[in-house]
Design a protein around this ligand. Sequence first.
Ligand SMILES: [Zn+2]
Ligand SMILES: [Zn+2]
Length: 144
Amino acid sequence: MSQWYLMKRYARVMELRTCSTCFTDKPLAEFQAGRKQCTTCRNATRTRLRAANPKPATPGSHIDERLRRTAKTLGITPERFAIERMKPCAACAKEATQETPNTGVADPTTGQFAGTVCLSCAKGFAFLGKDPERLANLLALFEH
Ligand SMILES: [Zn+2]
Ligand SMILES: [Zn+2]
């Protein structure tokens, strides 16, 4: 490597640029190519902008996506599922609300959509292993 090249390289390493935000003279290494802001300021600006502009909720965002996926699992359209989950619980007739919509239940044998039940009933069904035979045995206890 020639002396000249080394000198040139050294000069480049030592070259300073004034950051447009913090007005500090910093080595070029502190700047990304073509940026007038040092990396520290750039990261700070990005963090601030991201906090001030959270991603707007769009159709297909979190809740919608989950509803769509559940509907697909149950083999019905998201539109129908949205209506079904607001119906009274199929087991205890409890009214569904926007805050506590019903849970979709699939027929354990066919896997097809059977109806919607409230959270308590859905949990109860799950606790019983979603096993119709087990449910029938339990009911048989009360048949005299
Ligand atoms: Zn800066
Ligand atoms: Zn219920």
